[in-house]
Design a protein. Structure first.
Length: 113
């Protein structure tokens, strides 16, 4: 029996869904075995840890802005008039949206491969 180049076994447990996903990804990669696919992932793959807290804050801010816009739209539809103060408020809200978006995007790290 020839000596193995890789002589350290590793055992993992997967759910049926996880095994199905692993099998599909391995087949899509064109690699012949799950072992070679997993070795390739270990050596060359990436794991991303993403913090979604800023995104949640951004979504909450957008929801507040959306509520304000809805209130303005209701008022305009109810009265049939467009008031300068409402137009100015919409402009301010849109500036907040753009400012929040620019701020959030400027804080995102660039992923290098």
């Amino acid at each position: 029996m020839p000596k193995r180049e890789r002589n350290i076994p590793i055992q993992i447990y997967l759910s049926e869904d996880e095994d199905f996903i692993l099998t599909q990804k391995q087949k899509a990669s064109g690699m012949k075995s799950k072992s070679s696919f997993l070795r390739h992932l270990i050596l060359y793959g990436y794991v991303y840890d993403i913090d979604y807290s800023e995104l949640r804050e951004y979504n909450a801010a957008l929801a507040k802005i959306g509520n304000n816009l809805n209130q303005i739209a209701k008022r305009m539809n109810a009265t049939g008039n467009v008031y300068k103060a409402d137009v100015n408020e919409v402009k301010e809200l849109m500036q907040k949206v753009w400012h929040t978006q620019k701020s959030m995007l400027s804080q995102q790290p660039w992923v290098k491969q």
